[in-house]
Every structure is written in C-alpha cells, then in structure tokens.
Design a protein around this ligand. Structure first.
Ligand code: R5P
Length: 281
C-alpha cells in the first residue's frame, strides 16, 4: 500500500503515510502551455490511498487526474476538505446542487471514500461509493487542552454547529453554548451566547469552516463588548479567503487555528492519525 496526494494535501498525505508506516508516491505536477493541469505519478502499488482536498476548481481537476493515474490499483480516496459542499441544496430555482455534482465525480476509480467534518453530512448520500465522515472535534479538544486555558467557554457561531462545540467541549468538560443573533434595528444586530455569559471568560469560537472570517470577527467584537477577556477562533477547515486571518487578528482574535485538512501556517491540529486509524479499519 502507498499514499499519493495532490499538491494541496502533500503535508497531510506524508503524515498519513508516516502513521501507516508506508511510503508516499513521488508525483510531478506541471501545466501544459495552455494552462491545463498535468501530472505524472511515480511507481504505484496495487493498493493506493489517494489524498486530495478540494480547495478550488484546479484542486478538483488535479484530484480527478490523480485518480485516473492510479487506474489498476485498489484505490481509497481521502477528501480531507470537500469544497463545494456548502451548496448542498437548491436554494433558488436554476441552481445546481454543487455538493451532489462533486460527490458524483468520485464514484468511479475508487473503492471507498473518507471525508472529514463534511459541512453537511446529508451530502454523503450523493457518493456512489461507501463513504465515512470523520470528526476532528476530539483532536481540537486535545489541542485546546494543551493550550492550558483556564475554564474556557466554547461557542458555536450558530445552533447548527452546537453538536460540534459539544464534542470539542466534552474533552475538557468545558462549558459550551451557541451564539444567537438578535436584530435590534434595520442596521443593528447583536450576537451573544444563548444561555451563558461571556464576561470575564476566555472564549473559543469553534466552527467547521472559517471562510472570510466575518462571522467570527463580528462575534468577537460583541463578545469583547460583553466583557470577554480573550477570544480564540478554531476551525477544522481554514479556508481563510480574502485576508481572513488578518481580519480576525485585526478584530482582536488572540489566536486563530485550524487543522491540516487545508494546509496553512496556522494548522495546529493534524487529521493524519484519525484518517490512518479509519484506513486501518
Ligand atoms: C457555515 O455554515 C459554516 O459553518 C461557517 O460558519 C461559515 O462558512 C463561516 O463563514 P465566514 O468565515 O465567511 O463568516
């Protein structure tokens, strides 16, 4: 068995190979003169773990090319971050169900698939191969414990993320709640924990994705107004578009951290051990 990865998941793939005590396939990536992606995989094995986060359209195409290059091997796909998963239903007439369109692409060439904290678990039904969704909640909790925060309050940005916050909080027996938005006027919105009080507490906002960072930046401002002593931002998938990291820091976030499902300078949590354990079965 060998591990192979797209350009976007090299570090995580190497960590998975290390955890499984197996080797990683060397791959050359380049482009044709017209911009089309090209790759050439080194020597393959008869069983291959293909690792590739779909962070953008090029990453998606590169992953499809990689699966094709692994034809003839028994392939297991690891999708650490599945982009397009947020368009998981038709919100308006004429829209695609993008998550379904992307999931269906992976039905050929692989035996099974592993996702990590997929945005909407309902999307799993769109895969044509058996798919397992892993959660890094406990790993995030372990990292938070290593930070040694005193009695932190964990907050989900909305009630949809409350179960994730609950799972993270269970590691340290910490308090958790979700933020609730109240519209005060046409232009004014208040965000505060639904049941608990943030005053004089270290607050950690936990979510599956930080994209533009605007949800957490707005929440942090309000939590400081409510007397929070420090606010941290933690997510599984650090999409971090449009200067999101700086936006968060500029809005007083003490530390922003994510996992290596998307490889970032602030990737403090690795999905490798959990993925390796799932692959071992
Ligand atoms: C949305 O449902 C996700 O769970 C995140 O809360 C969202 O993607 C965060 O977006 P942003 O960072 O742009 O506020």
């Amino acid at each position: 068995m060998k591990v192979i990865s797209t350009e976007k998941s090299q570090i995580l793939a190497a960590r998975i190979a290390g955890a499984l005590n197996t080797s990683i396939v060397d791959v050359k990536f380049s482009r044709f003169p017209d911009g089309e992606l090209y790759l050439a995989a080194g020597e393959l094995d008869d069983e291959t773990i293909i690792v590739g986060s779909v962070t953008d359209s090029d990453a998606l195409v590169q992953l499809l090319l990689l699966i094709d290059a692994c034809e003839g091997s028994k392939n297991h796909l690891v999708l650490p971050y599945m982009g397009y998963a947020r368009q998981d239903k038709r919100f308006r007439n004429g829209e695609p169900i993008s998550a379904r369109a992307v999931a269906r692409l992976f039905g050929r060439g692989v035996e099974n698939c592993i996702t990590v904290n997929i945005h909407e678990p309902e999307v799993l039904k769109y895969f044509d191969v058996p798919t397992t969704n892993l959660s890094l909640a406990k790993d995030m909790g372990a990292y938070l414990r290593s930070m040694g925060l005193s009695d932190p309050l964990l907050l989900a940005p909305d009630d949809g993320a409350l179960a994730f916050a609950d799972d993270v909080a269970s590691v340290g027996g910490w308090d958790y709640d979700h933020l609730e938005k109240t519209r005060l006027s046409g232009v004014e919105v208040k965000m505060a924990p639904k049941k608990l009080c943030a005053a004089s507490r270290s607050v950690v906002i936990v979510d599956d994705i930080i994209s533009t960072g605007s949800t957490i930046a707005t929440a942090a401002n309000m939590l400081y107004q409510q007397g929070a002593t420090e606010v941290y931002a933690a997510c599984v998938h650090g999409v971090l578009i449009g200067g999101a990291y700086v936006h968060l820091k500029a809005n007083g976030i003490r530390e922003v951290f994510c996992s290596d499902t998307i490889e970032r300078g602030c990737s403090r949590i690795s999905a490798a051990d959990r993925i390796a354990a799932a692959l071992r079965g």
